[in-house]
Structure formats: structure tokens, C-alpha cells
Design a protein around this ligand. Structure first.
Ligand code: SAM
Length: 260
């Protein structure tokens, strides 16, 4: 691999302390994969959301992330999405979870096309829709995070350009989500003040002044302003904050509902 040091070799240490599979998201991915027996999991990281009961091969460029994969995980090959070391249609399905926005610019379309090339039945991607509104944390306290994510997450049209027609399925986030990604703590605002949780949210590492926004959050939590402002939100069980499953090929053909 002639690429520079993978970014997750630098920021991925300790990832598994707050990043793990959320069972309800894993179940949605499982439904999307339908009857696929063999799956290549691209940008597989430490192994969250690796489907069980299927033949899985993981693709991951960062040795720091590979080192955190639990024993018994699927075989991991060190490679990038843009150059998948497999023949055409080698797998039933290709999966990518919260990773496409990390692929360097030119690799994004190339990587999605590679996934389409190696998957017979279709591709499943968990991503965030940059045309969605975001949520209170990034709107009110960390607008720089929202601006960065709007820049790095691919517009949904890009998936269609690379993969052909896709189904786009909303993925509401449960209030007690077990994974520690950016939107996971929408009903547990104090969690964003925890350094360990902050470290596992990759966009936080790209912001110039994270602490100023989070200090304002701390003050609003202490004064009761936050609770007063978000009373309705704090009563909800799950929330659609823009996370989406994008599904292509035969896996999409069987779906009803929205298509981008
Ligand atoms: C946020 S982690 C997600 C890992 C895992 N899919 C999960 O849901 O926990 C993003 C992963 O994408 C990987 N990644 C970054 N650039 C990549 C590329 N060009 N091709 C494939 N994976 C890449 C990173 O090394 C990292 O492990």
C-alpha cells in the first residue's frame, strides 16, 4: 500500500472503549443484507457490525484498528476501499459502516465502485445524509463539526452515481445507543463532556476549539437551560438525525419506500 499513514493509526487508539455495535443498528444492517451468505466489510475497523452467521472478510487500512479486533473476528486484510483485492462478484454483498466519509476524495467514488464490482447482490452502506439538519449538539454548540461533516459525508446522489439506483432507509438512533458515534448521545448530553467519548468521535479531532462549545453546553446543563429548551426531545425514545442505510442492487430492489 503506497498511501500515507492511515488516519486511524493516529486517532484509532482506544476506539473500542466507547465504540461498539448497537444491537438495533446491527439488526437493521442484517435485514438489509437479506440472504447474502458472503460479505466483504470495507473499513471494518475493530469489527463492530460485522454480520454474524455469514462468511465475512474484513478490509481495513489501519493496523491500530486491526489490532483492536477481538479474537475470533473475521479475517482482516490490510487494504483500502479503492483497491479491493478480489475478483469481480467474489461476494454476495459488500458492507461499509460509518467509513465512506473517511476515504480520501478520489477514493470515495472509486471505493464505492469497487464495492459494487465485488458484490453480486448489492451494497449496504451506513452513512449520514449531509443535507439533513443535524441535531442540537452541532447546531447550537459545535457548528464547526456540522460544517466539517457536511463537507466530508458524501451527498446521497454520489452513491447513486457509483452504484446505480439505491434505496435510502432512515436509521433513527435509539436514546440509549450502545455505540459512541457523534449522534449517539442525543438524549444523554452530559456524555459529550467525557474525554473518552470525545476521543472516539473522529470529527471532534478536526475542530480547532472544541472546548469553547462544550463549556457552553456544560453551563446550559448546570443552569437548567438545556433541559428547559429540550423538554420534548428528552421524552423521545429514538430520533432521526440523518443517519441512513443506503442499499443498492438486488438488495435494494426488494425494498419499498424511499429511493434517492
Ligand atoms: C469510524 S471507523 C468505522 C469502523 C467500523 N466500520 C465501525 O463501524 O466501527 C472508520 C474506519 O474506516 C477506515 N478507513 C479509512 N480510510 C479508509 C479507506 N480508504 N478504505 C477503507 N477503510 C478506510 C478507518 O481506518 C476506520 O477503521
Amino acid at each position: 500500500m503506497s498511501t500515507p499513514e492511515p488516519i486511524y493509526d493516529r486517532i484509532g487508539e482506544g476506539y473500542v472503549h466507547s465504540r461498539r455495535s448497537e444491537p438495533r443498528i446491527a439488526a437493521a444492517i442484517d435485514v438489509a443484507l437479506r440472504t447474502a451468505r458472503s460479505v466483504v466489510n470495507v473499513g471494518a475497523g475493530a469489527g463492530s457490525y460485522e454480520p454474524r452467521g455469514r462468511d465475512v472478510v474484513a478490509i481495513e487500512p489501519s493496523s491500530t484498528m486491526i489490532a483492536q479486533r477481538p479474537s475470533g473476528s473475521a479475517t482482516a486484510i490490510r487494504a483500502t476501499a479503492a483497491h479491493l483485492p478480489f475478483r469481480d462478484r467474489a461476494f454476495d454483498a459488500a458492507l461499509a459502516v460509518l467509513t465512506v466519509h473517511h476515504w480520501p476524495g478520489p477514493d470515495r467514488i472509486a471505493g464505492l465502485r469497487e464495492m459494487g464490482r465485488v458484490a453480486r447482490d448489492g451494497v449496504v452502506v451506513l452513512t449520514w445524509d449531509p443535507s439533513s439538519a443535524g441535531f442540537w449538539l452541532v447546531e447550537d454548540y459545535l457548528p464547526e463539526v456540522l460544517a466539517i461533516d457536511r463537507r466530508i459525508f458524501p451527498p446521497l446522489a454520489e452513491f447513486e452515481a457509483a452504484l446505480g439506483p439505491v434505496a435510502v432507509l432512515p436509521l433513527p438512533i435509539p436514546h440509549d445507543c450502545a455505540d459512541g458515534f457523534l449522534g449517539a448521545f442525543w438524549r444523554r448530553p452530559h456524555a459529550y463532556l467525557d474525554r473518552g467519548i470525545q476521543r472516539a468521535i473522529s470529527t471532534f479531532t478536526k475542530v480547532r476549539d472544541l472546548d469553547a462549545g462544550l463549556e457552553r453546553l456544560r453551563a446550559d446543563l448546570e443552569s437548567g437551560r438545556f433541559a428547559a429548551r429540550h423538554a420534548e426531545l428528552l421524552a423521545r425514545e429514538e430520533l432521526d438525525i440523518g443517519y441512513r442505510l443506503v442499499v443498492s442492487g438486488k438488495l435494494a430492489a426488494a425494498r419499498t419506500g424511499a429511493s434517492s
